[in-house]
Each structure stands twice: as structure tokens, then as C-alpha cells.
Design a protein around this ligand. Structure first.
Ligand code: GAL
Length: 421
């Protein structure tokens, strides 16, 4: 009996010894700062804060600096980031969209570290869809860690309001044009719009409706000119849609446009599914009963996607802390803590859907069966240079409503910024 006891103790001792190095490595004594740079401030913050909480649990001695610059879609943050990167003061890790915003901007400028080592170590080559890994990679490496999949082409509404006004969510733009004058008569703005970038955001769904997915893809491959007949047509349709938006759009944030829908001042809003995060996490509305959604008109079986990711800039001042941050971001635990609050779905193929609400479940189902296309407004299809120039083209169109001129200008900036090259 005593012998057996000793044996058991010896085995236990050995097991503990074997576990020891693992525990030590897992809780490796990281310390110092970690500066995470993003535009997830205020109402956009809860999902990021959940991740930071997890990080602090894993690395209690690290002082996390949550550096945010307010402004939807990173309009202000990206300008600040550029100044810092060019000035040789990169943050430890920063938010960047998968696709051309990353590859055609920061990777092209050779400012990022290759993260292939981390993908191999964490087993991520299999955990993320192959197509997504391609989008964050080149033949020289893998350049960021995706934290989510957002859908950009969604039309939001409040079911009780539609019932009150006797309308239903539009499947097509023709449906919308048929009901919009009636809504206007009741003093309701048919489609809420906010500042410039949300016009770009609306444009991409309208252009997708007008062009269809093949021509949309062809635009970004340089195979279809922006000033072709089909390209001009997209601007014509967009101009028509704008007739039913609010006049004070340029002074509103995307949340304020969503608020117009919630308060019953507007019927619909086309926005990415961070609006689902805002409506459920911040506004505490139930998906389905409290708020409703359909694909943006004439976008039926198409899923326009984007992915937020974080990268490791060369010269990251606290590189080890940043790598631990990236490891958490890409993990199943991190992803499933972040996305249910954010309105997005996990970028991983093994996420625990029981943690997600009905909106996210429907997005996940659509992602599995729809035709997937990339978002312009959120970095997938074009680099920063094109995006900045496109904001000016949009500004011009909002004033002039001249479809021919906008299409021509878009073609010029496509050539200038090497679209399809
Ligand atoms: C997108 C970003 C989303 C959300 C949105 C509004 O560009 O990918 O995560 O933050 O902007 O700010």
C-alpha cells in the first residue's frame, strides 16, 4: 500500500514537472507597455475592451494602452497612423483591414513584419479560411491577424415602425422607390445617411446592385472601366437613391444615422453589421423583434465582406507584448469573446456559434452560401491612395450629382492608384 502510494506520488511529481515549463511559458512574464491603435472608441469600444480584459488576465504585468482615434471606418485614425508610421513612431499593433488597405499600403511600403511564424505556431493555417489568408498574404509572407468578418451590405430597420407606416423591408431598389414617397409624405426620411464615408459605404451596395458581382469584381481587377456604360449606370442609380436621404447627412456619425432609424425619424439605413453590435450591445434591442435586417436592396444572395485585422509594424516598441496580443486575437477564445459584442462573425472556421445572437447566426449562414465580394469602403478592394481620392470624387458627386463626371474621375484615380495592377 505504502509502495503504491510512493509510486503514485512519484508519477504525480513527474507530471507536475512536465507541466511546469508549459505553465511558465504560457504565463511568460511579460511586462511594460502595449499600445493598441484602433478607431474603436466610445460606442464601438465594448468588443475591444472584452479582448483587452482577456489579455490582462493572461498578462497581468503588461500596461495596456488602448489608443483610439474616434471616427467611423477609421477616417481620422488612418491619418494619425500615417503620420506616426512615417515619423518612425509606430504603435505596437494597429487595426487595418484585410485586403488592399493592408497589402497595397503598408506591406507595399515594407512597414510590416511577416507573421508566418505565428500562423504556424498557433495552427492558424487551418483555422482561417484559405481565401482570407490569401487576402492578408503575399508570396513573401502573412501580414496581419484577422479578428472578424463583417458584412457591409445590410439594410436595417425597426419592425414596429415599418408596421406602423404600413411598409415592409425592400428587396429591390424599385421596391424602395415605390414606398419612399409615401414615407416622405408621413414626414419620415426613407433612408438615413451620415458623413462622407457612409456615402461611399452606400455607394458600394448600390454599385453592386447595379453591376452584379462579376462586374464588381472586374472593376477591381482593372477589367472593367469605371467610366464604362455600366460604371456610369451605377452612379445614376446612386443619385436616385440619394434623393431619399436626409439633408444633414454630412454632419452625422454613422451611429447618429442609426439613431434616426431607432427613433422613427428614418425608415432604413444601409450600414455594415457593426450596426448590429450597436443595436444589440449599446441600444439593447433584440435582433428580430427589436431590430430587423435584410440584404441591401438587390444584393439578395451576395455577401459584401470585410475583415478587421491587426498587424505588427516594423519597429513595434514592445514586440513581445504585441505578439502575445496577436496570439490572443487569432485564438478561438479571443475571437468568440470579441465578435458577439461587435456584430461580426468569427474569422475562424471553428467558432462557437452558441455564443452568438440571431443576427450573427444568420450572417454566418449567409457567409456559407452567398457569393462573396469585397468591400471598397473598408479596405478589401482598393489601397489607401484610391480610398482617399475616392472620398473627393464622392464629395464632388454629392454636390454636382453628375454621374458621367464622377465615373470619369473614378477611372482617373483607378489608373493613378494602380487598380488591377
Ligand atoms: C469599419 C470597421 C468596423 C467598424 C466600422 C465603423 O471600417 O471595419 O469594425 O469599426 O468601420 O467604424
Amino acid at each position: 500500500m505504502r509502495k503504491a502510494c510512493f509510486k503514485l506520488l512519484a508519477v504525480l511529481g513527474m507530471v507536475m514537472l512536465m507541466l511546469l515549463p508549459v505553465t511558465t511559458v504560457g504565463a511568460k512574464d511579460l511586462s511594460g507597455d502595449l499600445e493598441i491603435f484602433s478607431w474603436w472608441a466610445g460606442d464601438e469600444g465594448p468588443a475591444l475592451e472584452a479582448l483587452i480584459k482577456l489579455y490582462k488576465g493572461r498578462h497581468p504585468n503588461v500596461n495596456v494602452i488602448n489608443a483610439t482615434v474616434t471616427g467611423g471606418s477609421g477616417v481620422n485614425a488612418k491619418a494619425v497612423l500615417k503620420t506616426r508610421m512615417l515619423g518612425g513612431e509606430p504603435p505596437d499593433s494597429f487595426q487595418v483591414h484585410a485586403g488592399q488597405e493592408l497589402i497595397g499600403t503598408w506591406v507595399k511600403a515594407e512597414r510590416m513584419e511577416d507573421l508566418t511564424f505565428l500562423f504556424k505556431k498557433e495552427g492558424w493555417m487551418k483555422a482561417f479560411p484559405e481565401g482570407l489568408v490569401k487576402l492578408i498574404g503575399t508570396d513573401k509572407g502573412i501580414w496581419s491577424v484577422p479578428v472578424n468578418i463583417h458584412r457591409s451590405n445590410v439594410c436595417w430597420y425597426i419592425p414596429a415602425n415599418l408596421k406602423k407606416w404600413g411598409v415592409s423591408a425592400p428587396k429591390t431598389w424599385d421596391d424602395f422607390f415605390a414606398m419612399a414617397p409615401k414615407l416622405k409624405e408621413k414626414g419620415v426620411v426613407p433612408l438615413a445617411l451620415a458623413q462622407n464615408w457612409t456615402a461611399n459605404h452606400l455607394w458600394e451596395s448600390v454599385a453592386l446592385a447595379s453591376l452584379g458581382p462579376d462586374k464588381w469584381d472586374a472593376l477591381w481587377q482593372g477589367k472593367l472601366a469605371f467610366d464604362s456604360a455600366a460604371g456610369v449606370q451605377a452612379w445614376v442609380l446612386f443619385g436616385k437613391v440619394l434623393e431619399f436621404t436626409n439633408d444633414d447627412a454630412s454632419s452625422l456619425s454613422w451611429q447618429q444615422a442609426t439613431d434616426m432609424v431607432v427613433d422613427g425619424r428614418a425608415a432604413f439605413n444601409v450600414m455594415g453589421d457593426w450596426a448590429a453590435g450597436y443595436l444589440s450591445t449599446t441600444k439593447k434591442l433584440m435582433p428580430g423583434s427589436g431590430f430587423g435586417w435584410v440584404p441591401s436592396p438587390d444584393n439578395g444572395s451576395m455577401f459584401m465582406f470585410l475583415a478587421d485585422s491587426f498587424g505588427l509594424p516594423k519597429g513595434s516598441p514592445h514586440r513581445d507584448n504585441a505578439i502575445a496580443w496577436l496570439a490572443l486575437l487569432g485564438s478561438r477564445e479571443g475571437s468568440d469573446a470579441f465578435n458577439p459584442l461587435k456584430g461580426s462573425i468569427s474569422a475562424r472556421t471553428d467558432s462557437d456559434l452558441s455564443k452568438y445572437n440571431d443576427y450573427a447566426k444568420s450572417a454566418a449562414a449567409d457567409f456559407g452560401k452567398n457569393r462573396i465580394v469585397g468591400s471598397l469602403a473598408h479596405g478589401v478592394t482598393a489601397n489607401e491612395g484610391f480610398m482617399n481620392d475616392f472620398a473627393s470624387v464622392m464629395e464632388m458627386f454629392l454636390k454636382s450629382k453628375n454621374a458621367q463626371a464622377a465615373a470619369k474621375a473614378a477611372q482617373q484615380i483607378a489608373v493613378k492608384n494602380g487598380i488591377g495592377k
